[in-house]
Design a protein around this ligand. Structure first.
Ligand code: S3P
Length: 431
């Protein structure tokens, strides 16, 4: 689908954001491993978390979608011993989180399975999870020793692993911890640069802090708690509106019940440092994840540097932060973001293509960008390629709203991976 996007005279209103994708995935996985039923409210309607549901159904877990107003699902947990050997491939679709976390569970449980993915997922490296899981005793076959399909089995005992994270990846951290849940002895993951911590929070895993190091442990001793809660709305989806509201000269956008886990909100900190006017109204909440309502207004932005240690806390928001930088006074820099080349597409290359079509003044580096911004920048209208990547498509949409004339976003349906109502929300905001 090619989506036309017109320049917007104003952006006003309140958006019904999608539920958090990272938490939705984990809620199903952890509820499946809990012994007993969990009821999860505000479960994501997006494609990726439904890939996780489909995989767990194939592993013999009963999951009911109630189709009520709150998108509730019920998961009849089978416990650590209850997963059944699937008779079909586990299709992870476009979802790296499904494939990497599920691999940890499959290896730990010792249930033989074959994990497949779409073209994009099949071209993303799995070496980072294959190596530690093999050290833990799993037997893993992969195309060219690196890529999906992955065939996972384990014949010998599960070995505990002490694993200093070689890259600050929450998917890798979670994969190893989930395999560790099945071991008699403790597996320990040592983290120096913090990445999103939903796994350790929702599983309430033991954590010790040692200087700038965080050591997270998992073993058979860890009780897997019931996962009955409401999933907060997705900060990563909110980020598109935070930037749109800040850069547009006539904007006021309200975002409700946004997940405010501090390991996710690096982009909010960056935007505030740039001078974005964002009101934060924290909500009373007894769940494990903090939530707030946010209001963003038209702002005058200044340039900023995003460096390696901040990247994990805004890894998914870097494309939209790059758009914000185009409209700021001065030269902004993004460095230490090489990991973006290994997402649903090479996001640095996709961004470079978008920025050059829009006539932006920038330089691309191996690990980021230098972007010479200007509040008066008016992007050239163009047909922007999404490269089938939801976050690239939504970044192109925000850029197009600021353009001189109608632009197009190519393969725009990919927004359904994380944000199925994105195009409707954009239309309602610009009316
Ligand atoms: C995710 C972790 C991040 C992020 C992805 C979701 C998760 O990936 O980019 O969208 O839910 O754990 P990495 O941990 O590989 O950086």
């Amino acid at each position: 689908m090619i989506q036309d996007v017109s320049p917007a005279k104003g952006l006003q209103g309140s958006v019904k954001l999608p539920a958090d994708k990272s938490i939705s995935h984990r809620s199903v996985m952890f509820a499946a491993l809990h012994e007993g039923t969990s009821t999860i409210g505000n479960f994501s309607e997006a494609a990726d978390p439904h890939s996780t549901i489909d995989c767990f159904r194939k592993l013999g877990v009963t999951i009911r979608e109630l189709h009520d107003d709150d998108h509730t699902i019920e998961v009849e947990g089978v416990g650590r011993d209850g997963l059944q050997t699937p008779t079909e491939d586990l299709d992870c679709g476009n979802s790296g989180t499904t494939m990497r976390l599920l691999s940890g569970i499959i290896a730990g449980a010792g249930v033989p399975a074959r994990l497949t993915g779409d073209e994009s997922l099949s071209s993303r490296t799995m070496k980072r999870i294959i190596d530690p899981l093999m050290e833990m005793g799993a037997d893993i076959g992969a195309r060219e020793n690196d890529f999906a399909p992955l065939t996972i089995r384990r014949q010998g005992p599960l070995k505990p692993l002490h694993f200093p994270l070689p890259i600050p990846s929450a998917q890798l951290k979670s994969c190893v911890l989930l395999a560790g849940l099945f071991g008699d002895e403790e597996t320990k993951v040592i983290e120096t640069l913090p990445s999103r911590d939903h796994t350790e929070r929702l599983l309430q895993l033991p954590i010790t802090e040692n200087g700038n190091k965080k050591v997270i442990s998992s073993s058979l001793d860890a009780n897997i708690p019931e996962q009955s809660y409401r999933v907060p709305n997705d900060f990563s989806a909110a980020a598109f509106w935070l930037v749109a509201g800040a850069i547009h000269p006539h904007a006021e956008i309200t975002l409700k019940n946004v997940g405010m886990n501090p390991t996710r909100t690096g982009a909010l900190d960056m935007l505030q440092k740039m001078g974005a006017e964002i009101d934060i109204h924290p909500k009373e909440n007894d769940e494990l994840e903090p939530v707030a309502d946010l209001i963003v207004r038209s702002s005058e932005l200044q340039a900023i540097d995003i460096t390696e240690e901040i990247v994990p806390n805004c890894i998914d928001e870097i494309p939209i932060l790059a758009i914000a930088m185009l409209f700021a006074h001065g030269t902004s820099r993004i460095s230490g973001a090489e990991e973006l080349r290994h997402k649903e597409t090479d996001r640095l290359a996709a961004l470079a293509d978008m920025l050059s079509k829009a006539g932006a003044d920038f330089t691309e580096y191996d690990d980021g960008f230098e972007i010479r911004g200007n509040p008066g920048f008016r992007p050239k209208p163009a047909a922007f390629e999404s490269y089938h990547d939801h976050r690239i498509a939504m970044s192109a949409a925000v850029l197009s709203v600021m353009a001189r004339d109608v632009s197009q976003v190519v393969d725009a349906e990919c927004t359904a991976i994380s944000y199925p109502s994105f195009w409707d929300d954009l239309a309602s905001m610009t009316n």
